[in-house]
Design a protein around this ligand. Structure first.
Ligand code: TXA
Ligand code: MG
Length: 328
């Protein structure tokens, strides 16, 4: 049985229900500003094991720990000055920092997959209130079966994990719609491990430094969840389509019509006005809609690579990659 509580109409019941469920060692699906997360007490090994089981996720893939404030973060990780400046500038928000874990942090090694670093972030929105009330960090991957598209609504979570997860908190559609940007600071260098909901240009503006993108395929192993195939819909995915074949579903951008669209089973526009934020917020829901249309292939029109376009294209490329080694 899965219970769904609407946080907008019953915030107190949602908080109490979430904390009681978490306290029993059971995962709860919580809304964050990026995507819905499948959260469990990060200090409880049984609870974390249940996350891996529910998602069918490989255990070498570490989870992000979510905190409600900087004090809670400091109890678990050591900040270097650049990471601290980033946390102060962008938390709560779609930024995950990879930082050395403190030996006295009670976060269980199952959450960190045995690494001596911890991925940590302060989410915005109702999930932060849950952490505040619960008083301990919550380990939370996206609330989807491993390898599938991340959920941006409570209904997406229910479709995927309904019957498995005891409680889903519904706070409406996620505002950002893409997972957090993952950053690791090493000495003087700021390295991008995953493009996401925070624009890399904003990080460069605040730090005055150039962010290093991964140069080789091997670098992806550093965020172990970043294996190629991810966000996989059932349909095949084609990028940068310049025309449309009969029976395809089209997802385009900026009102740019693709030749042959009249043959498509469905045409969606991520943002008619060409707004990359709007496009990010729509991406996963549109991929699910296109997948459900019965189309054998989803054809994406061209999308600009600046700003959030980088993370949008990253997710589409992963959706188009061969289906093996699925993660996340
Ligand atoms: O927006 C988000 O980040 C969402 C919401 C729920 O917060 N969470 C999310 O979690 O996307 P997940 O598990 O789908 O992706 C976490 C990524 C994985 O690629 C994982 O390998 C990486 O973070 N990661 C976690 N801890 C790490 C660490 N210590 N070092 C390197 N990568 C790490
Ligand atoms: Mg994921």
């Amino acid at each position: 049985m899965t219970l769904i509580i609407d946080t907008r109409t019953e915030p107190e019941r949602a908080l109490t229900g979430a904390c009681d469920t978490l306290g029993m060692g059971l995962p709860v699906a919580i809304p964050t500003e990026t995507v819905y997360g499948l959260a469990a007490d990060a200090t409880n090994p049984d609870a974390i094991t249940r996350i891996y089981e529910m998602k069918g996720r490989p255990r070498f893939n570490p989870l992000i720990c979510h905190v409600c404030d900087l004090d809670m973060a400091r109890r678990h990780v050591v900040f270097d000055p650049i990471s601290l400046a980033l946390a102060e500038a962008f938390w709560p928000g779609p930024l995950t920092l990879i930082l050395p874990m403190k030996p006295e942090s009670g976060v269980h090694p199952l959450a960190s997959a045995g690494l001596d670093t911890l991925g940590i972030r302060m989410p915005d929105g109702f999930s932060r209130r849950v952490i505040e009330r619960y008083g301990k960090p919550l380990a939370a991957p996206s609330a989807n079966t491993s390898g599938r598209i991340s959920p941006t609504t409570a209904a997406h979570v229910a479709d995927d994990l309904g019957g498995k997860v005891a409680l889903i908190l519904d706070d409406g559609p996620a505002g950002i719609g893409l997972e957090s940007t993952i950053i690791k600071v090493e000495g003087d260098e700021i390295r991008l491990l995953r493009p996401g909901g925070l624009d890399v240009a904003d990080i460069e503006r605040v730090t005055g430094k150039t962010v290093q993108r991964p140069q080789t395929a091997g670098a992806a192993i550093e965020a172990p969840g970043m294996l190629a195939s991810h966000y996989a819909p059932g349909a095949a995915v084609r990028l940068n389509a310049s025309d449309v074949t009969a029976g395809e579903a089209v997802i385009r951008f900026g009102g740019k019509v693709l030749p042959g669209e009249e043959k498509a089973v469905l045409v969606l526009d991520l943002s008619r006005s060409g707004d990359l934020r709007e496009a990010a917020a729509n991406l996963f829901a549109y991929m699910k809609q296109a997948d459900a249309s019965g189309a054998t292939t989803i054809a994406f029109g061209p999308i600009p690579s600046n700003g959030l376009g980088e993370a949008i294209i990253d997710r589409i490329e992963r959706a188009a990659a061969p289906r093996e080694g699925t993660q996340g």
